[in-house]
Design a binder for this molecule. Structure first.
Ligand code: ACM
Ligand code: ZN
Length: 550
């Protein structure tokens, strides 16, 4: 895929401002992340002031979501000039204005941005594309203007940008189960995504260590399941829990009310980000089992988990009540999240309990299953049918392949890309999120002595940037590749400061991979990325400054 885009890039006037073939003042450099598909540098600058009008032209005004584009422009402009731009409508683009119009021939996310000395024009396939154009405009501001206020005017470099993403799905997963993040912090995460033109927020809402979404039919999930009585201090020894393990002896909890969930979904929609909820099933279930013991094979009363390793205690697929429960949960989830896709987890589900459970064994006999792992396939397919009856589609981690999965399920490949390749070969759609390129809970430096405790691993910026999600897929199989995703598991990420630190600047690299414009020119990427850190600073985002040199 990278190669395809390098060809497109070679067809235009300049690859990027620093390679423009002419000298431009540094403040007028065109340095955008993700790198646009095509950039043509022009002459001169456009003078943007607090009096510059915004004009919705050629049908753009009839799309209510274009209002969100105007809001996004205000978010860029208001901090500079201390006022919003006035928005009007008209038939055609006029001088002196930011003109925003629709081009029906373009895909929804595509846009053409022209900055001329007398006007700015944005032509977009849909409001999504216009929103991306505004994000590009933001990065065209002179770096000296980042974080400034009380300005009278800023000069934007003349440029023609023709842009669209290569991959439809450009995701970020945030685990809010191991550590909880407030609604405001989730919104800040969505802001970050929007800045990088990422469009899917995968919200990991349930796990062994906490259930974080209010389900009215099952109130114990949040009354009991959202709180663990204490948390392991330091690195998890992996199964060997003894007296040497220390705990903080402090209850830890949090959950989102349904009202708050709606607020986040709406906030995301206004930034053209889809929120996909993940409800883990049948593994990573201890918080749910602690809330309703009748969901497990043994019916024992468990506590919400206080350590991090994989847990044998999972939902019992031998019981009918388990399916009544998950359908009851998903009924409410479907009502809260308009996303076409619902993630049901499916990773790291040991079969140990099932092997000893008379109900699970009876289920295997009744369904003609010969291996306990096939119980996971049975459970996944059953849940998928439920989702399909409600017009939704299922995403599962790549383990869903092992138990047997229907051709309509979407596979999220995390244990390398092999699962994704296998899935695409059998006609399943695929999202690539392998540990080797996409696990942002890994360290970003080799020398970890000064780093906050992390899961382990080593994933520097350059490695993220080198990811080719289509590698190993034939041209025919590539049609099944929906996109890429960064994953942030938060066992060792206790606060939002550290969340940002782990995400940035690596999110920039993955954004460019998903946009399809990452090339072998890593130095060029770093150069553009360094400029973007000016915006990070202005927004108060925390990032790993040393990531560029490691
Ligand atoms: C995973 O990292 N367990 C999907
Ligand atoms: Zn069972």
């Amino acid at each position: 895929m990278k190669r395809i885009f390098s060809r497109i890039l070679l067809g235009v006037g300049c690859l990027s401002a620093y390679a423009c073939g002419r000298t431009v003042p540094a403040e007028h450099e065109v340095a955008v992340v993700p790198q646009p598909a095509a950039v043509e540098c022009g002459d001169g600058t456009f003078r943007l002031t607090g009096d510059t009008p915004v004009r919705m032209v050629g049908g753009a005004e009839s799309d209510a979501r274009m209002e969100w584009v105007a809001d996004a422009l205000d978010e860029v402009v208001e901090p500079l000039f201390g006022r919003k731009l006035s928005v009007g409508t008209g038939d055609a683009s006029i001088p002196g204005a930011v003109n925003i119009g629709r081009a029906d021939t373009l895909p929804q996310e595509a846009y053409r941005l022209t900055v001329a000395d007398d006007r700015i024009e944005i032509l977009a396939g849909g409001p999504e594309g216009a929103f991306h154009a505004v994000q590009t405009l933001r990065q065209l501001l002179p770096a000296a203007a980042f974080g400034e206020d009380g300005l009278r005017a800023v000069e934007l470099p003349a440029v023609g940008i023709d842009d669209r993403p290569a991959l439809a799905y450009r995701g970020l997963m945030l685990d809010v189960a191991r550590h909880f993040f407030t609604v405001d912090e989730v919104k800040r995460t969505l802001d970050l995504m929007a800045m990088h033109k990422m469009n899917v927020f995968h919200w990991h809402l349930t796990d062994d260590q906490g259930w974080r979404i209010e389900i009215r039919k099952y109130p114990e999930l949040t009354r009991v399941g959202s709180v663990r009585k204490r948390t392991l201090i330091g690195k998890d020894p992996g199964g060997e829990y003894d007296e040497s393990c220390r705990y903080d002896e402090t209850p830890y909890g949090g959950f989102y009310t349904q009202e708050e969930i709606r607020e986040v979904v709406d906030y995301a929609a206004r930034r053209f980000i889809t929120v996909i909820p993940e409800i883990e099933f049948p593994g990573h279930a201890v918080a749910a089992l602690a809330s309703y013991p009748w969901l497990s094979c043994t019916g024992e009363q468990y506590e919400v988990r206080q350590t991090w390793d994989i847990d044998d205690r999972v939902f019992c697929p031998g019981r009918e009540e388990t399916f009544e429960f998950i359908e009851g949960v998903l009924d409410e989830v479907i009502g809260l999240f308009p996303s076409k896709y619902i993630h049901i987890g499916g990773d790291e589900c040991p079969t140990k309990m099932w092997e000893q459970c008379p109900r699970c064994r009876a289920r295997m006999r009744a369904e003609g299953l010969t291996r306990p792992r096939q119980l996971q396939g049975y459970a996944t397919v059953r849940v998928e049918r439920f989702l399909q009856r409600h017009g939704r589609e299922l995403i599962g981690w790549d383990e869903v392949l092992d138990g047997g999965v229907s051709p309509t399920a979407i596979v999220m490949s995390w244990r390398g890309t092999e699962g994704g390749i296998r899935a695409a070969r059998q006609g399943n759609r695929v999202i690539m999120a392998p540990t080797t390129y996409c696990y942002f809970d890994y360290y970003q430096t080799k020398d970890t002595s000064g780093e906050p405790l992390a899961w382990g691993g080593y994933l520097p910026l350059g490695q993220v940037y080198s990811f080719d999600p289509a590698a190993g897929l034939s041209p025919d199989e590539r049609q099944f590749l929906l996109g890429v995703q960064a994953n942030l598991w938060t066992e060792y990420i206790p606060d939002f400061d550290q969340t940002q630190y782990m995400l940035l600047p690596r999110l920039g690299a993955l954004a460019e991979v998903g946009w399809g414009t990452a090339t072998d020119d890593y130095d060029g990427f770093v150069h553009r990325m360094r400029r973007l850190t000016g915006l990070y600073d202005a927004c108060g985002y925390r990032y790993a400054r040393h990531a560029f040199v490691d």
